[in-house]
Design a protein around this ligand. Structure first.
Ligand SMILES: *[C@@H]1O[C@H](CO)[C@@H](O)[C@H](O)[C@H]1NC(C)=O
Ligand SMILES: *[C@@H]1O[C@H](CO)[C@@H](O)[C@H](O)[C@H]1NC(C)=O
Ligand SMILES: *[C@@H]1O[C@H](CO)[C@@H](O)[C@H](O)[C@H]1NC(C)=O
Ligand SMILES: *[C@@H]1O[C@H](CO)[C@@H](O)[C@H](O)[C@H]1NC(C)=O
Length: 552
């Protein structure tokens, strides 16, 4: 018997079905019964295999007795007004393949018992008021194809065990209060086609293992707090048609590899901190500015409503720019020259008052800062404290004792030359001081940990100021920075007892303090030139870098 239509009576009629010895399917969808499920429902025949009672306005809780229907394979009670907890029904319902309780008002946590449904392929508990954790044991139900837990009040992390759901096709956890990392193991779900983790509070990077999701068609990670770059590996997820990464904290550039996603018809990376060129090949030809709104410094085609990129190599444009620059420079050269003279004059007088020669400096003992202090001050060297990458390691922001802000450069001793670099930096910084050098406050050195503690420069690197559209330097500020850098180079090359060559001077290594005074940093590959050592030797030392283009 199936397809009972338009019952107007209450659910009590169910009890009368006890006598239908061969009843297998009970379908009462869209009947406004507005009643509770009778607690004796379990007395229905063991022959019953399917119950479909969606959109029926059923109230009250799910009776425990339902567990007595031991042959039940399909149970769908979607879009009703069911309240209370999910009962520990399930042990006795081993044959259940589909359990849909979506769009109700169920509360409490998801019982671990649910993992004993060894044959379940489709579990939908979305749009309820379920709280607590996602049970770890869900990873044991390897028969699962569909797992919908979205729009609840689930908290804490996605258990890594879910990486065992090898056959899962669709998985949604959106609109919960999940946080922490996106587990690497998500990359194991390699037949999944649909994954929605949006509207949670995930804070990690997007794991590069995501490349494992080779069949994924639809992915949303929107409205989280994901950090770091968009992994290059996205470009290999060839099935992607829909990708929403909007409203996160993603930084760095949009990988050009995304141009390879030939099926991608929707992309949203708005409201992040991305920068650099918006690719224009492949699916990008069809995207509009709505895909890229409100980022830190994207550039590219005018149709995306961003500024053109610096590197646009249109020849005449560049020539025009050079001519314009020359013209401006020539017309203001006399003013600049006289200003420079005045500035240097003032500076020299100031310098004459304060002895800058290192040999005259009293030997100070730097403050002792322990590894434990550094560890605490940087939240355990956490990624969220990253300020940047130096030639031989990472630089972290550290807050010592709640008030003192410092920068810690930790040398990655795995990198060849890092050890030497630490020694050079300590050696050099112990001896020289200059207004336009970052001051080394202390160092911390154990057998397997080397770090120098530096002054913190609130305004970051010159690189940022030159190449990001949200930052701007006016002509005078630029001039000041040039003079600052020139002063310190003059000092290093000529005023110090032995000529010192920085070897890696680039906007990245010029930091700006609160008053926009430039400080040169990163002496990791600097060279003390003995007399007679020729300049050509230094050419081979510099790390990969670049000469700032004409804009500086
Ligand atoms: C379930 O079945 C058991 C016996 O198998 C019976 O004792 C119990 O009353 C039934 N529960 C309900 C609610 O029907
Ligand atoms: C998964 O199943 C295995 C064996 O069946 C069991 O030992 C393990 O505890 C289960 N894991 C969880 C998280 O329940
Ligand atoms: C752009 O859109 C048109 C029309 O919708 C479609 O035919 C074309 O394949 C799309 N191009 C790319 C590269 O996706
Ligand atoms: C991307 O998301 C933002 C914010 O939700 C929205 O305003 C914008 O229209 C979306 N872009 C596209 C292409 O749908």
């Amino acid at each position: 018997m199936s397809g009972l239509s338009s019952f107007s009576s209450k659910l009590a009629f169910l009890i009368s079905l006890v006598n239908c010895k061969h009843l297998e399917i009970l379908r009462i969808n869209h009947n406004p019964v507005d009643d509770i499920l009778p607690s004796t429902i379990g007395n229905l025949l063991a022959s019953l295999k399917s119950i479909y009672a969606n959109f029926c306005g059923i109230r009250g809780s799910i009776p425990i007795g339902i567990g007595n229907l031991s042959n039940l394979a399909f149970l769908t009670l979607r879009q009703n007004g069911l309240t209370g907890f999910i009962p520990p029904i399930v042990k006795t319902m081993e044959k259940v393949q589909i359990l849909k309780l979506s769009n109700n008002i169920l509360q409490g946590s998801i019982p671990d018992d649910i993992c004993q449904l060894k044959n379940i392929g489709d579990l939908r508990l979305n749009q309820n008021k379920l709280s607590g954790l996602i049970p770890k044991c869900l990873g044991n139900i390897t028969t699962l194809r569909y797992l919908y837990l979205d729009s609840n009040k689930l908290t804490f992390v996605i258990p890594t065990s879910l990486g065992s759901l090898k056959d899962i096709l669709e998985i949604t956890f959106s609109s919960n209060s999940l946080n922490g990392n996106l587990p690497q193991e998500l990359g194991n779900l390699n037949v999944a086609t649909f994954m929605d983790l949006s509207m949670n509070q995930f804070t990690s990077k997007i794991p590069s293992t995501i490349i494992g999701l080779q069949n994924l068609v639809n992915l949303s990670l929107a409205h989280n707090r994901l950090q770091g770059p968009i992994p290059d590996s996205f470009g290999s997820m060839v099935s992607l048609e829909f990708l929403d990464l909007s409203y996160n904290d993603l930084s760095d550039v949009i990988p050009k590899s995304l141009e390879a996603l030939s099926h991608l018809s929707y992309l949203n990376i708005s409201f992040n901190r991305l920068r650099g060129k918006i690719p224009n090949g492949g699916p990008f030809v069809n995207f509009t500015f709505r895909s890229f709104m409100s980022n830190e410094a994207l550039c590219g085609s005018p149709k995306f409503q961003v500024l053109p990129c610096h590197t646009s190599s249109l020849h005449h444009l560049r020539e025009k720019r050079v001519a314009l620059t020359l013209y401006i420079l020539l017309s203001i050269a006399p003013i600049l020259l006289s200003m420079t003279f005045v500035f240097l004059f003032v500076k020299r007088r100031r310098r004459n008052k304060t002895p800058s020669n290192i040999d005259l400096l009293p030997k100070m003992t730097p403050p002792r800062i322990t590894y434990q202090q550094l560890f605490r001050a940087t939240n355990g060297f956490s990624e969220s404290n990253w300020l940047g990458v130096g030639s031989f390691g990472f630089v972290y922001k550290a807050i010592l004792g709640d008030t003192i802000v410092l920068a810690i450069k930790v040398f990655n001793l795995q990198v060849e030359g890092a050890f030497k670099s630490f020694e050079i930096e300590c050696e050099i910084m112990r001896h020289i001081r200059h207004r336009n050098l970052t001051e080394v406050i202390s160092s911390c050195s154990n057998l397997d940990f080397k770090a120098v503690v530096l002054e913190y420069m609130p305004n970051g690197s010159l690189d940022k100021w030159l190449y990001s559209y949200n930052y701007f330097l006016d002509m005078l500020q630029r001039l000041d920075i040039m003079i600052d850098v020139a002063c310190v180079l003059q000092y290093l090359h000529h005023d110090y007892s032995m000529p010192l060559v920085h070897c890696d001077l680039k906007p990245n290594n010029i930091l700006l303090d609160n008053d926009m005074v430039a400080h040169v940093t990163d002496f990791g590959i600097a060279k003390l030139l003995d007399l007679g050592e020729c300049v050509t030797r230094t050419k081979t030392i510099a790390t990969f870098g670049y000469i700032a283009s004409g804009d500086f």
